[in-house]
Design a protein around this ligand. Structure first.
Ligand code: MIG
Length: 644
């Protein structure tokens, strides 16, 4: 059961689709005023695990850390960084007691969770906040209670569950053709290629550089014939460019955010000086969302929304020198340009001028909502949309990727730990830049990372300009990459089914082991996960490792997949050392469960979801099947398969 209590006059974030029952006392928290903030405290017992916070750093268990919800563009983040791209203020305490709490405010929130061994959780936030307390008989039950309040996940088309290749630096048709050919010639499956900012005319949103893509519509169609879709990026900032339709409409209608003087706020991002759409105005959302039509008219069915924290390089207000001085380390604890600029940045919310800082964490979520609501009207079928910045509730409009990570083993490990937390707050369609965005990804790291990403709904290889090229076909020994990526396609009947079933029933797709097993080892494990109802994974995340220790909380079927195909073996519960060669993927099927496997293909349009065999020792499997595009996604599309 969930209960809510309102302090002050909180901004209605839209995070919840169902109102919880109102209460006037909090069960697990003491509240006090401190200056202009509210401070919530809750004692922990030694055995308590604290789950939550969605896209954040450190462990699945958040104990011992200090975290700040304040959407931040930090391409150099690590486990000490207080803030990432999304803000997801959910905590779930799991010990003798099981309860959760959600702080619904778009302003900054500080979480100190057994920080300095204080033995308590201390949450400091804006005095205008809706606090929702959640109860349940287990941590998993509490998570499901929360999911039932925030509504159903965005469900992308089947092709979005195929493999995507991206890189900042693909400039023109020739570059993209080379990627498509590279994959097809190497027989490594691929379903989509991202277009990063260079496809645009001078980085102006909703334009296409006509020298680089003389006939994007024809080109998109040609690629689609080869089973590959183009997924362009859209940035939050709109270039100041009189004569450009998007800009002109925005200025004319007052759809841009304003500064102290009430003029449209100006700051530099990729296109140079820009204005930022005021996504808090419903009409501005409708206008901006409709602009996507300029690309859907060319046959585009998927987008990624970037720079929507919003990221700001510098403004006339903070100055370029300031920007250069603070450039190398962007840390939300320090004064950066964006933070200063956010104090000269206003929204028009129902006619009231509201300082950005008060509603900061919702900006990117509302950009995604703007796009999603209109795309839903424009397109007859499901579409792909994922965003960098997010807030709770935005999962109804699109997925997220985890922002700018790096090509290193610790980023792979962090990706593993982030996935269950991100699922807890509803973002089922999520994943990281496989191989890492910054830095140079070697062969071994790429193979291990792919082997993990096989199981994340968003499986995309992405890297930054000037880094080592990391398309799978560029590494020697292509058959290893073929093998790992083709496993994804063989598992699609399972991955797609489990994703859609989770969305339909308000469940998680990736869970911590502690949500299903109550033994101490399962509760504490940070590098094994449950994927859907049948699979447990134990990814290799250590450089040079030939094997790893795997904890089996119950008897399971070990499935080994490599260039020779599948091998299955029943394994008794317990701790064991498991060999995993760099080109192998090993996963486990829980006892009494099944996993449907199909033949695989070079792209999802060639996949037959109906032609499957069941692995595992279960008797039946409930498979969700549709045409991959229909908006009519219901339980009626579930068929029950019996083991022959
Ligand atoms: O300032 O569009 O996170 O995925 O490749 C960098 C260029 C802007 C940040 C995104 C990244 C993307 C890059 N963008």
């Amino acid at each position: 059961m969930a209960k809510q209590i309102i302090f002050g006059r909180p901004y209605e974030t839209g995070a919840l689709v169902k109102e919880a029952e109102t209460t006037d006392t909090l069960e697990n928290w003491q509240v006090e005023k401190f200056n202009d903030k509210l401070v919530f405290r809750c004692k922990l017992t030694e055995n308590d695990i604290v789950y939550g916070l969605g896209e954040q750093v450190r462990g699945i268990n958040k104990r011992g850390g200090r975290y700040i919800s304040y959407n931040t563009d930090n391409p150099n983040h690590n486990d000490e960084s207080p803030s990432l791209y999304g803000s997801h203020n959910l905590l779930i305490v799991d010990g003798e007691r099981h309860f959760g709490v959600f702080f619904d405010t778009p302003a900054r929130v500080l979480f100190e969770i057994d920080w300095q061994n204080s033995g308590e959780i201390v949450v400091t936030c804006d005095p205008n906040v809706k606090v929702v307390e959640l109860a349940g008989e287990s941590a998993y039950a509490v998570a499901k209670e929360f999911l039932s309040l925030i509504g159903q996940s965005h469900i992308p088309p089947l092709w979005a569950f195929g493999f995507g290749q991206s890189r900042w630096g693909y400039k023109n048709r020739k570059d993209i053709d080379a990627v498509a050919d590279g994959y097809r010639n190497a027989n490594i499956p691929l379903d989509w290629i991202c277009m990063d900012i260079d496809y645009m005319d001078r980085f102006i949103d909703f334009t296409v550089n006509s020298k680089r893509f003389p006939d994007l519509k024809g080109y998109a169609e040609t690629l689609k014939q080869r089973g590959i879709r183009l997924v362009p990026i859209i940035d939050a900032g709109v270039k100041i460019e009189p004569g450009n339709d998007t800009y002109d409409q925005g200025v004319k209608n007052g759809y841009f955010c304003t500064n102290h003087e009430g003029e449209p706020f100006k700051a530099a991002v990729w296109p140079g000086m820009t204005h930022f759409p005021d996504f808090f105005q419903p009409e501005a959302r409708e206008w901006f969302g409709n602009e996507y039509r300029k690309l859907t008219d060319l046959g585009i069915e998927g987008f990624w929304n970037d720079m929507n924290e919003p990221a700001i390089f510098y403004s006339e207000y903070t100055g370029i020198l300031n920007a250069l001085a603070s450039a190398p380390s962007i840390d939300s604890e320090k004064e950066t340009n964006a933070y200063k600029d956010y104090r000269n940045f206003y929204h028009n919310i129902d006619g009231e001028r509201v300082l950005h800082d008060k509603v900061h964490n919702l900006y990117g979520a509302l950009m995604t909502r703007a796009a999603s609501e209109q795309l839903n009207k424009i397109l007859p079928s499901r579409f792909l949309l994922f965003s960098r910045a997010s807030y709770v509730g935005a999962h109804r409009y699109g997925g997220i990727w985890t922002g700018d990570n790096g090509s290193s083993w610790d980023h792979l490990a962090r990706n593993v730990r982030q996935m269950p937390s991100i699922n807890m707050v509803g973002f089922l369609y999520s994943g990281a830049d496989t191989g890492g965005f910054g830095g140079n990804c070697g062969r071994e790291l790429m193979l291990r990372w792919l082997a993990f990403s096989v199981f994340t709904p968003l499986m995309r290889n992405h890297s930054a300009i000037l880094t080592k090229r990391q398309e799978c076909y560029r590494y020697g020994g292509q058959e290893d990459f073929q093998s790992v990526v083709s496993l994804r396609y063989k598992l699609l009947p399972y991955i797609y089914s489990e994703f859609v079933k989770a969305a339909l029933s308000g469940d998680m797709y990736i869970k911590p082991l502690g949500f299903e097993y109550s033994d101490e080892r399962s509760r504490r494990i940070e590098d094994q996960l449950l994927v859907g109802e049948s699979i447990m994974i134990a990814p290799v995340i250590e450089k040079g490792a030939k094997s790893r220790t795997v904890w089996l909380p119950e008897d399971m079927t070990e499935v080994r997949y490599d260039t020779n195909g599948f091998g299955c073996e029943k394994i008794p519960k317990g701790l064991r050392e498991v060999k995993v060669a760099p080109n192998e993927v090993v996963f486990y099927i829980r006892s009494g469960k099944c996993v449907p496997i199909c033949k695989g293909a070079q792209c999802t349009s060639e996949i037959n979801l109906r032609d499957v065999v069941l692995l595992g020792d279960g008797k039946e499997y409930r498979q969700y099947i549709d045409d991959g595009f229909t908006k009519n996604v219901t339980e009626n599309n579930i068929v029950v398969l019996q083991k022959k």
